[in-house]
Design a protein around this ligand. Sequence first.
Ligand code: ASP
Ligand code: MG
Length: 416
Amino acid sequence: MALIVHKYGGTSMGSTERIRNVARRVAKWHAAGHQMVVVPSAMSGETNRLIALAKEIQPQPDGRELDMIAATGEQVSVGLLAMALKAQGVDAVSYAGWQVPVRTDDAYTKARIESIDDTRVRVDLAAGKVVVITGFQGVDAEGNITTLGRGGSDTSAVAVAAALRAEECLIYTDVDGVYTTDPRIVPEARRLPGITFEEMLEMASLGSKVLQIRSVEFAGKYKVKTRVLSSLTPPDIPLAEEAVSGTLITFEEDKSMEQAVISGIAFNRDEAKITVLNVPDRPGIAYQILGPVADANIDVDMIIQNTGNQGLTDFSFTVHRNEYQKAIEVLEGKVKSGIQAGAIQGDPKIAKVSVVGIGMRSHVGIASLMFRTLSEEGINIQMISTSEIKISVVIEDKYMELAVRALHKAFGLEQA
Ligand code: ASP
Ligand code: MG
């Protein structure tokens, strides 16, 4: 018998019929003798609907009131799921975040979990109840309802699992695990039975949408055994089969998993490139360019600067596409004249493609294989950045799919 946390996404909670199926699945685990805590999302589309309603009244919604509204989707879900469990003869109780409580800071719409009190939950579990806790929401020190940012139910589930020192946190979703890359682009993409937490963190921050990044950070910090698996299998499939399906996020200490050198190829079109041309090559230039960008609260991802000739250099960096215009305005404002730059050039038609793998730490030649593959496809690399376990390149966005396919093949990712 173990303490297990299940998380169900909006699709799984999408209708009363689906909620009954979730209840069947949870009942199966409960019948096997496990203590069960379930963290569901709002019914699919519901959070969007609620936020749209709020914006009809107030286009730039007040954060506190927006959270008050947005958090209700999950409250409906927990009530319905607890009822569905009871209807199947399983004793269950639902809680909103403030009732547990799940304590957060007061950063409305993107609050961070600070602590979770497990007292009440433990009493219910000891009494044999299934405990159903809202995802996405918490309460600040003043008693205001907060939400954790879109996709935040993943983080709620992992945090609850950490607080309860659960044996495992199972994240049921509409894909059956984490893939070597997006199967819509590469049909040969393969589900990974395991991925290390560091790789998962890179994949999540590089554009893979399977888990909210913060949930992965939480899993890493508290060493929560987390598994991503399908909610689309029949709810009554044998538990032994279900329990080992999907993708398990592993920790490096856990050497039981055979590790490939490269685990996956991530990509996104979320960024735009900005180049400041012909800036004087002298100390302080990077700061004079990026300082004002940071002051405008714009995140910078990749940066390159070359030493040019005649004391001039070009300085390029990428920002999120949503902040591209704002960044250009900042630079065209005081910055350009302040540093006597030649011109500011922008290019939103870029894509970032990354190769991720923990094996890079101990294998050489990964970068050269990546660059050779792209060169054989005639794809020009505009920028490069690396970390210990990933290499990212910026290329023209029309070549993104070609690059992903070629790299997937070159690194042999289609083979098990
Ligand atoms: N319901 C919230 C959202 O749509 C949280 C979640 O589903 O994870 O973002
Ligand atoms: Mg989600």
